[in-house]
Design a protein around this ligand. Structure first.
Ligand code: SF4
Length: 484
């Protein structure tokens, strides 16, 4: 997971594109908390600023005004290839023989080693150890007339998940892989001096690209359409966007985006995600009813499904866990130690609500099981009589190779335990997962629109090498600066 954003403002708008991009990126903080950055162009030169940390820390008010230009891309990172070090923050930047280029990437490539061999016969040295750095180098070094042509030449060799925002001196280009694993949406930015205009001094339009529609709304942009799988959309100043299809589309949007990752106020596949998740809760209640006194969400992401579960079961909905709003999402933290510490600072039970009650606790996923175990334990210590856990997703049996950091099968509790064993491990009185059929019924969309691989092992894009070494493959290749 990562968040990407791109903006092109009309000439002379009087606003820096970096301001728009930073604001849009704030709406995508949930997609990556390890680093943030912006690259801008004033039409002649690219400038880049990035650092480790949350967006508000990295892109503060003093930094933005110095990033001047009408074109910008922005990125927040959650690592799926390479360590959490400054060099691996994005956007990446490379000055090649033909062009300067910056890239923000959401997703994960699966043929990284193969691509490395194509770069200077595998002898190239890269300043970072991410698949994005490698892709940026391939694009910058490609002997093509411009960036669009370079993308057309390079992308057919690239396999895996990529929703990209690419910046050169004159363009922002949005790209989505042929499967469309990760979302990317195009929006029109209403500029102008009239009351509705938020940015700039004239009445012409700017254009933005974002991982989620919620990031369009925050900058006052209207969603226009998704960037299609296998398509690149080119944004230039004072011109309508234009598009090139570089591969045939075989759509396989990550269904986890709809179940959990994307914001509930975002839209994917024409579905508002709060509503989609509420309907998953309704399905879950039908598949796994409980004898509880209260239905309770694990905040915040379990709330829509819990609301649906309560509605369908007729059991009252009540919040019994208070979330520290400033502690971040535990799943997205990079190490197991941080995850374990994260949950205890994140949630606190409301004893008055919990004590003496039979609780149906609704969450959207169990990955490693440790977080759920701690939540059940918190509730029992607070006096709950029974704790029944309901999950608005199927069990995760398989690792993800397309941009979610569940890479090693042994990390996934469902891969090595039965449902009854998981129930015992987390200490719940009962445990029920929503079926794939239930997810699809809630979405009212067909199976073949989505990737369900972590639930059923049917990977749309085969993965050619040892999964367990994948995240640090470029570090193991010892190509990073100072890495030997
Ligand atoms: S494997 Fe799972 S998490 Fe990864 S893209 Fe497919 S559905 Fe999403």
């Amino acid at each position: 997971m990562c968040g990407v954003f791109g903006a092109v403002l009309p000439t002379g708008s009087g606003t820096e594109a970096a301001s728009v991009a930073a604001l849009g990126l704030f709406a995508l903080q949930h997609r990556g908390q390890e680093s943030a950055g912006i690259a801008v162009s004033d039409g002649d030169q690219l400038m880049l600023y990035k650092d480790l940390g949350m967006i508000s820390t990295v892109l503060d008010e003093r930094r933005i005004p110095s990033l001047r230009g009408d074109l910008a891309i922005a990125h927040c990172r959650y690592s799926t290839t390479g360590s959490t070090v400054w060099e691996n923050a994005q956007p990446t930047f490379r000055l090649g023989p033909r062009r300067a280029i910056a890239v923000g990437h959401n997703g994960n490539l699966v043929n990284t080693r193969e691509l490395l061999d194509q770069l200077a016969g595998g002898r190239a040295r890269l300043p970072a150890s991410t698949d994005t750095e490698l892709l940026t180098a391939l694009l910058a070094d490609e002997p093509a007339a411009d960036t669009v042509e370079a993308l057309q030449r390079v992308l057919p060799r690239v396999r895996g998940a990529y929703s990209l925002v690419v910046l050169d001196e004159r363009r922002v280009i949005g790209v989505r892989d042929p499967f469309g694993f990760r979302p990317l949406v195009l929006g029109r930015l209403q500029t102008g001096a009239d009351e509705d205009g938020l940015w700039g001094a004239d009445r012409s339009s700017g254009w933005v690209l974002a991982s989620e529609t919620a990031a369009l709304e925050i900058v006052g942009a209207e969603p226009v359409r998704d960037v299609e799988p296998g398509e690149m959309v080119v944004l230039e100043r004072d011109r309508e966007p234009w598009s090139i299809r570089f591969a045939e589309a075989t759509p396989a949007l990550c269904v986890f985006e709809l179940i959990y990752f994307a914001r509930p106020d975002s839209y994917l596949e024409g579905r508002n995600l709060y509503e989609a998740r509420r309907k998953m809760g309704i399905q879950l209640a039908a598949e796994h009813p409980t004898p509880g006194d209260l239905v309770m969400p694990v905040p915040d992401t379990g709330a829509p499904a819990a609301a649906g579960y309560a509605e369908a079961s007729g059991v009252p909905y009540r919040e019994g866990l208070v979330r520290n709003r400033y502690s971040g999402r535990t799943f997205i933290q990079p190490s197991q130690t941080m995850r374990q510490r994260g949950v205890t600072i994140k949630l606190n039970p409301l004893r008055e609500v919990v004590r003496g009650r039979r609780l149906t606790v609704v969450d959207d996923s169990i990955v490693r099981g440790t977080t759920t175990k701690q939540i059940v334990s918190l509730l029992r210590r607070a006096g709950a009589d029974e704790v029944h856990v309901r999950i608005s997703a199927p069990p995760i049996y398989h690792p993800c190779f397309y941009g979610i950091d569940t890479q090693i099968e042994t990390e996934l509790i469902a891969a090595t335990h039965t449902v009854d064993e998981i129930r015992d491990f987390i200490g719940a009185d009962s445990l029920g997962y929503l079926s794939i059929r239930g997810v699809l019924a809630a979405l009212e969309l067909p199976y073949d629109r989505f990737c369900f691989a972590c639930f059923d092992g049917r990977y749309p894009e085969p993965v050619p090498y040892d999964a367990e070494r994948r995240k640090f493959v470029l570090e193991e290749e010892a190509i990073g600066a100072g890495r030997g």
